[in-house]
Design a protein around this ligand. Structure first.
Ligand code: ARG
Length: 252
């Protein structure tokens, strides 16, 4: 039994860890190609993750996309274009990273990090959500795999529409494979055949609030991609709003 659980957990993490996705650089499942300027704060990070500009020089991404807190000059950020490799891309390099202090791995919550860039990219920023995040449809965005079995990342940015799944439904699904959801720190979302996938981690889950996009979640993990019974799991940004704002100020 212990062995079975260990195998299942390993399988989940295998499909959920960007470190491996990044290695073989293998979007969004079931989405559409994004238009120029549609998501202007969207960032691609060189380890194979997404992110969003939360301040002119600071990218909000997932904790599991970075190696920890400290000086870090190894991450390259690409933004301002939807096609990776577009010569008009704006690029910057990391100088410092702050990762959530409680971070262990994506399934245990605290899955957020901030990357400070060496210069401002001159692009719009994405706001954090109000305490009671927007109701209604949510949008996922990324250059990650378009299917669980794909082995490549997309050249063109893709997006799709999902809806929040109640915590108890999501927790019941993942309990079946012996993973305990952390409802206060995670939120689940899914769509019919629409989901984030490997390479989308760190990217934003956004909703509309008063006519503007706000960042409700950060792509974190899931069992496979777009499986009917297993929603995507996102970092619940509202929970960490104060911590993320304080850390952003520290880096700005
Ligand atoms: N951890 C993944 C990444 O590295 C994201 C997985 C999201 N999975 C899902 N089924 N929504 O890119």
């Amino acid at each position: 039994m212990v062995r079975k659980v260990a195998l299942l957990v390993a399988a989940v993490l295998l499909t959920a860890t960007p470190a491996s996705a990044a290695m073989h650089l293998r979007g969004v499942v079931g989405g559409d190609v994004a238009g120029a300027g549609q998501f202007p704060w969207m960032v691609r990070l060189s380890m194979g993750c997404g992110g969003a500009l939360t301040a002119p020089r600071v990218v909000l991404t997932a904790g599991h996309c970075v190696t920890g807190t400290g000086k870090d000059e190894t991450i390259k950020a690409v933004a301002g274009v939807t096609r990776l490799g577009d010569p008009h891309a704006r690029t910057a390099h990391s100088v410092e990273v702050i990762r959530a202090t409680g971070f262990r791995d994506e399934t245990h919550g605290d899955d957020w990090a901030l990357v400070k860039l060496d210069h401002a990219l001159g692009l719009p920023t994405l706001g954090l959500p109000p305490a009671t995040g927007p109701a209604g449809p949510l949008t996922i965005i990324g250059w990650g795999q378009t299917s669980e079995h794909s082995t490549r990342q997309e050249k063109s940015l893709r997006y799709g529409t999902v809806r929040a799944v109640p915590d108890r439904t999501c927790a019941a699904a993942y309990r079946k494979i012996d993973i305990a959801l952390v409802p206060a720190e995670q939120l689940c979302a899914s769509g019919k055949g629409v989901d984030t996938c490997q390479g989308d981690s760190g990217g934003p889950l956004v909703g509309r609030s008063g006519g503007a996009w706000v960042q409700v979640g950060i792509v974190s993990w899931g069992l496979g991609c777009a499986r009917r019974d297993f929603p995507g799991v996102y970092t619940q940004v509202a929970t960490f709003r104060a911590d993320i704002s304080a850390a952003t100020r520290k880096l700005s």
